[in-house]
Design a protein. Sequence first.
Length: 513
Amino acid sequence: MRIQKALNSVNNMTTLLKKKLSISDSSPLLIPINDDSHSELETFSEYGIGMNVHKDSIALCVSGRLPTNDYVQIQEHNFKNTYVGVNELCQFLKRFSKATTFLMECTGVYHVALYRALQEKFPHQIDIIIAMNPLLVHNRIEDLGSKTDRADARTLSSLALYHSILRPRYVGSVVFFAIRDLMRSYHRNTTQVTRLINRIHRQLHLANQKFKFDLNAEWGLHLLDQYINQSWSLGACYNHLFSDLKTKGKYRVLEKKQEEIVPHAEVILADTQRFILQMDLLCLMSSQQSSANFLHETERQVLLTPSLAKHYQHMRIIPGFSSATILTVLTKIGDYSRFRNANIFCKFCGVVPNIQQSGNYSAKGHVNRFTNKHLRSALSQAAAAVIGRSNKDTDIDAFAYKQRFLRHMPFKKAMLKVAQKYARILYGMFNEIRQYDPHFEINRKKAKRLKVRLEKQNNLIESVQTRALKRNISNFLVANSELLNSTSRYHLFTGFHRLIQKSRYREKEDHTK
């Protein structure tokens, strides 16, 4: 199977070959099955025919070798694995009279009938009708044996003769590599920041200090700094910092943490523990500062590069994308024109599951792990942030809400769906297929609803009852705004929305009558 995949990936000379052989793109076969095509097939010096045999079907692919030693995929077709289907396949293969190699996998007992039929129909080609162990087919084109440098060199030298099946790796410019290294340094520092935060919390837990300091916020850093530099209890440090911030009018955030501190207010750290925490806190602040510097320098270099600066500005309008996410995407993708379609791009991003298929059986596995972990992590984190938001004002917000709460998907599966949608949006933006509009789908659905309403009711103006209901709801919310918190406001809005929908439904029924 891998042999055929490698041969099928060759497309360097396909365009010239189609012009020469007058191949029709609309045909299910690249070369029509008729008697006139025999003269066209004389272009090839030999053929390779691969057959993937299943219980009910046979997938066939024909590749040919050109005089230039290039391999080109000629035809693909599916036959039924029945008595009639095998006879049709043998009749089809009689067209290839030159040196032909038939290769198939030993799939249970389903390949035996085809193998014997080929031997009967092509008695002079028995030596080149090969039924091969799938394990050997799936391995690379090389002899099994000890793996040494010389063996690798021999394999590479043999593979170099088939340059058309080799797919070169992307190598960017010097400027791109410099920007990519800056972003890699940023990710290494963020990893170090996470490690140091976990180490600080572990050291606090050793002293049975279970209060969670938010080390990404100013109040958490200030409180911890005072706690480890004074031999005071946590409650004394909190009161001292609170009184200091109150004189400056910046005590609101710290005031909300008072109830959480009370159970841990009496804990006092030992001198050794305070020293270790002081060193870890210095390393943490240094790593955080380095990460910020790396991020700012990466952005400056991106803005100085015209091709990257254009995409950087366009991607700012994507909901859920931060500066770090955008810079990660730009520096990890590189030359986006090398992806033929959106499916290949999504697989490169690592946001689609691997598909295992055999005959009529098809199953989805885990996501592709052999991709850039930072790119997959950036899209997944952006998707997680969108799923956690309550608003549904943009297309991606509405899509995330639908996957998580309407379709009741598990969080990770919904996150993967949203990340895949992000990847398709990026592919369309990079290849200038469409200009991204965060409200395109919502506006299109709204226009469709208005069109249907106009066709059925011949007007777009709401009834007097619905407008009066909206006015009463608005007056109620304004009059009682001081009494509402976020929870009650959410439930009221949900109930009022259903009330308005019911009013419009009754209006529609009255109009029908």
